[in-house]
Design a protein around this ligand. Structure first.
Ligand SMILES: Nc1ncnc2c1ncn2[C@@H]1O[C@H](COP(=O)(O)OP(=O)(O)OP(=O)(O)O)[C@@H](O)[C@H]1O
Length: 640
C-alpha cells in the first residue's frame, strides 16, 4: 500500500531502492537506532540546480568580461533560459572565441534585430554562426555541444562546460601555455560546499577546478604515462605499475575528499558513494587527458539508476578513459584492473555486514594501499611513497634497474679496461726500458764496430800498401818466358831448349855450332816449360789485377815471333772452356769479381781496348765495320 508521508515514503524507498533512488539516494546509511535516512529527489534536484547555476554564472561572468555585447545581453546571474537565449545567435560565442583564438572564425555574421525579416532568415544566420563556432571549437579540440543544447529541453550544462573549457584554455594561454590546463567540469574537493556533500554526485556540472596538489598528482600521472610509453618495459610490469598508480590516484582522491569534508564524519559510506567517487576520478582524469588536446571524449553524466545502470556508466567512463589514453598512444590497462579495486573496496566497505564510518573507511584505504603496495615491486612502491617524481621513478622502476645493471656492467668493464690499460702501460714502460738498454748496447756495439772498422780500414790500407810494395819488389817490369811445346811428331832431341833452371834461367842449344857458342844462357823472372798449363801461367799475373783495382797501372803483353804462341797464352785456344782461358779472360774475370766484392764502398768503371801493332801500325781490333780502324780509334768501355 502506498505511503503518503515522507517518513513512510522513506520506508517504501528502503524496500525498493533501485526504482526510487536517484543520485544521492544511494548515499543511504544505517543510523545507530537502525532506522534509515536518505536524501529525497527534491533536495538532490535543488542542489544540482544550485551547482549548475553557479557554473552558469561563472560562464556568464566570463563572457561578460570578454565581450561587450555579452555584458549587455547577459545578467550576472542569468536563468538557464535567458542564458541559452542570449547565446543562441552565436554572435557572443563567436566574438569571444575570436578574442581567445584570433582568426578562429574568419567571418562572424552580425545578426540584425529585425523581427520583420522572419524566423527563417534569423535561423539561417543563427545556424551559420553556431556552426562556425562549433567547428572552430572542435578544431581546437575543446569540449563542444550540440546546437540543440541551446534549445528548450537541451543540455545547457554542456554549453556551460564548453564555455568554461574555453575559459580554462584562455587562461592557460594567457599564463604562457605551459603545463596542463583544466576545464570547468573537474571537481575540487576542497571547495566542496559545506553541508552538502552529496552535491558531488551531480558534479558533471560542478563548477570547480583542481587544486594544486591534485593537479600535481595528475601531472605526475601523465608524466609517468608519457615516460612509460617511451620505455620498452615489460608490458605486464607496466600494467601492474600503471594500475597501481591509478589506484593510488583514485584512492588518494577519495582520501582527500573524505579528509577535507567534515560532513561525512558520522555519515556511513556505502558502495555507491565509493563507486561515484571513483567514477569521478576516472572522469576527471579523462577530462585532463582531453584538455591535452588529444581527443574529445564525451563523459556521460553519472546518474545512478541502480546497479545495472551504474555498471554501464562505470564501464562507459572507463572505456572513454582507456580510448583517450589509447589514442594518445600511451600505455593503457584493462578495465578489470580497476574493477579489482572496486571489488576490494566494496568488500572492505561491507565489513561485518554494515557500512563503515569515515575514519574506518580511511583505515581501510590505508590498509588497501599497503596491500596494493605489496602487489608491485618494492622499487615502484618506493616511487609511490616518494610522491611520483619522474626522476625518482627512473631510478626505481625495473627499467632503471636494468639500466643500472647495464651501467654497472659497463662500469665493471671500464674498470677492467682501466686495469688492463695500466697493465699494458707498465708492460710498455718495461719494454721501453728494455728497448732503451738494448739501444744503448747497440750504440755501444756500433761504436765498437766503428772503431773496429776504422782499424780494419787502417789494416786494409796497410795491407794494400804492403801488397803493392811486394809487387814492386817483385819488379815493376817482369819478363816471363813460355816455352812452346814441340809438336807430337817432332822428337824431343830436336828441341832447342837444353835446360830450364828454377831461378828463371834457360839454356838454349844450337846444334849447328860447337863449343861454348853452342849453348847460351838467358835469364827471366821466370821460365815456364812446355808442359805449363794456362792456369799456372796466370798465377804469377793474378796479383797484378788486384793492384789495378788499388789504383796502380799495370800492363801485360805478349811478345814473340809469328806462331810462337802469344795468342795462345793471352786468349787461349778455346774460350768456351774455362781451363783453356788465357790471361786476358782470367784477368777480366778477376777484375769483375773484385769489383763485385767491393761494390758497397767503391764503384769501378772497366774499359776494354784491343789493338794490334803491326809494322808500326796501330789498329783497333774491336772495330767490326772497318771505319777508324787505324789510330786514333774508338774505344769501348764496359762498366759493372
Ligand atoms: N804452349 C803451346 N802449346 C801448344 N800449342 C801451342 C802453344 N803455343 C802455341 N801453340 C800453337 O802454335 C800455333 C801458333 O800459335 P799462335 O797463333 O798463338 O802464335 P802467334 O804468336 O800468335 O802467331 P802470330 O804472331 O802469327 O799471330 C797455334 O796453332 C797454337 O795452337
Amino acid at each position: 500500500m502506498p505511503q503518503e508521508t515522507d517518513h513512510r515514503s522513506n520506508s517504501v524507498i528502503l524496500n525498493t531502492p533501485s526504482k526510487n533512488f536517484r543520485g544521492l539516494k544511494a548515499l543511504n546509511s544505517l543510523t545507530n537506532n537502525g532506522t534509515e535516512e536518505f536524501i529525497d529527489d527534491r533536495e538532490l534536484a535543488q542542489r544540482k540546480a544550485e551547482a549548475a547555476a553557479a557554473r552558469r554564472n561563472e560562464a556568464a561572468e566570463w563572457l561578460r568580461q570578454m565581450d561587450h555585447d555579452a555584458a549587455e545581453a547577459l545578467p550576472t546571474e542569468p536563468s538557464e533560459e535567458h542564458f541559452c537565449q542570449s547565446l543562441r545567435n552565436g554572435l557572443i560565442l563567436c566574438n569571444v572565441l575570436n578574442k581567445v583564438n584570433p582568426g578562429a572564425i574568419p567571418k562572424v555574421v552580425e545578426i540584425p534585430i529585425i523581427e520583420t525579416e522572419g524566423a527563417a532568415q534569423t535561423a539561417i544566420q543563427y545556424f551559420e554562426n553556431m556552426r562556425n563556432f562549433l567547428v572552430a571549437v572542435g578544431r581546437m579540440k575543446l569540449l563542444t555541444f550540440e546546437v540543440s543544447d541551446l534549445e528548450k529541453g537541451g543540455s545547457s550544462g554542456k554549453v556551460v562546460d564548453c564555455i568554461l573549457c574555453l575559459k580554462g584554455y584562455h587562461e592557460w594561454r594567457q599564463s604562457g601555455g605551459v603545463g596542463v590546463w583544466k576545464y570547468g567540469g573537474t571537481v575540487r574537493i576542497t571547495s566542496f560546499p559545506k553541508g552538502s556533500p552529496s552535491s558531488l554526485i551531480g558534479s558533471e556540472s560542478a563548477d570547480e577546478s583542481l587544486d594544486e596538489s591534485e593537479s600535481s598528482q595528475f601531472e605526475e600521472l601523465l608524466e609517468y604515462l608519457h615516460l612509460s610509453s617511451e620505455v620498452a618495459l615489460e608490458e605486464s610490469k607496466v600494467l601492474t605499475a600503471l594500475t597501481f598508480l591509478f589506484d593510488h590516484f583514485a584512492i588518494g582522491l577519495l582520501q582527500a575528499y573524505l579528509t577535507e569534508t567534515n560532513e561525512l564524519d558520522d555519515f556511513p559510506l556505502n558502495t555507491m558513494v565509493i563507486d561515484i567517487v571513483l567514477r569521478k576520478a576516472v572522469k576527471d582524469l579523462s577530462g585532463l587527458l582531453i584538455s591535452q588536446g588529444n581527443q574529445v571524449v564525451e563523459i556521460p553524466i553519472i546518474e545512478t539508476e541502480g546497479a545495472a545502470q551504474t555498471a554501464i556508466q562505470y564501464f562507459e567512463n572507463m572505456r572513454n578513459f582507456l580510448v583517450a589514453v589509447g589514442r594518445m598512444k600511451l600505455l593503457t590497462f584493462e578495465v578489470s584492473d580497476l574493477e579489482k579495486l572496486g571489488i576490494f573496496l566494496k568488500n572492505t566497505l561491507k565489513g561485518n555486514g554494515k557500512p563503515l564510518l569515515k575514519h574506518e573507511f580511511l583505515q581501510s584505504i590505508s590498509k588497501y594501499i599497503d596491500k596494493r603496495s605489496g602487489f608491485v615491486s618494492n622499487d615502484f612502491s618506493k616511487f609511490c611513497v616518494c610522491g611520483g617524481k619522474g626522476k625518482t621513478m627512473w631510478n626505481n622502476i625495473n627499467y632503471s634497474c636494468e639500466k643500472t645493471n647495464v651501467l654497472d656492467f659497463q662500469q665493471k668493464q671500464l674498470e677492467e679496461l682501466k686495469a688492463s690499460f695500466h697493465l699494458t702501460k707498465l708492460e710498455v714502460q718495461q719494454a721501453h726500458l728494455a728497448w732503451e738498454q738494448e739501444l744503448k748496447k747497440i750504440v755501444h756495439h756500433t761504436k765498437d764496430l766503428e772503431v773496429a772498422s776504422s782499424s780494419y780500414h787502417k789494416v786494409l790500407e796497410e795491407n794494400r800498401q804492403l801488397y803493392n810494395k811486394v809487387q814492386d819488389l817483385k819488379g815493376a817490369i817482369r819478363v816471363y818466358c813460355r816455352v812452346k811445346p814441340l809438336p807430337n811428331e817432332q822428337p824431343d832431341e830436336q828441341s832447342t831448349v837444353d835446360y830450364i833452371g828454377e831461378n828463371g834461367n834457360i839454356m838454349i842449344v844450337n846444334r849447328h855450332k860447337q863449343g861454348k857458342d853452342a849453348r847460351k844462357m838467358f835469364t827471366f823472372n821466370k821460365v815456364f816449360g812446355g808442359n805449363t798449363t794456362q792456369e799456372q801461367i796466370y798465377v804469377d799475373t793474378q796479383p797484378l789485377i788486384r793492384s789495378v783495382l788499388d789504383g796502380y797501372n799495370v800492363c801485360i803483353f805478349a811478345y814473340g815471333q809469328t806462331g810462337s804462341g802469344k795468342t795462345y797464352t793471352m786468349s787461349g785456344p778455346d774460350i768456351t772452356t774455362k781451363e783453356t782461358w788465357g790471361v786476358n779472360y782470367r784477368a777480366l774475370r778477376d777484375l769483375f769479381q773484385l769489383t763485385e766484392t767491393r761494390k758497397d764502398f767503391i764503384k769501378y768503371e772497366v774499359g776494354v781496348q784491343m789493338i794490334e801493332i803491326y809494322n808500326e801500325q796501330v789498329r783497333d781490333l774491336l772495330v767490326v765495320d772497318g771505319s777508324q780502324r787505324r789510330y786514333p780509334y774508338n774505344s769501348f768501355f764496359f762498366s759493372r
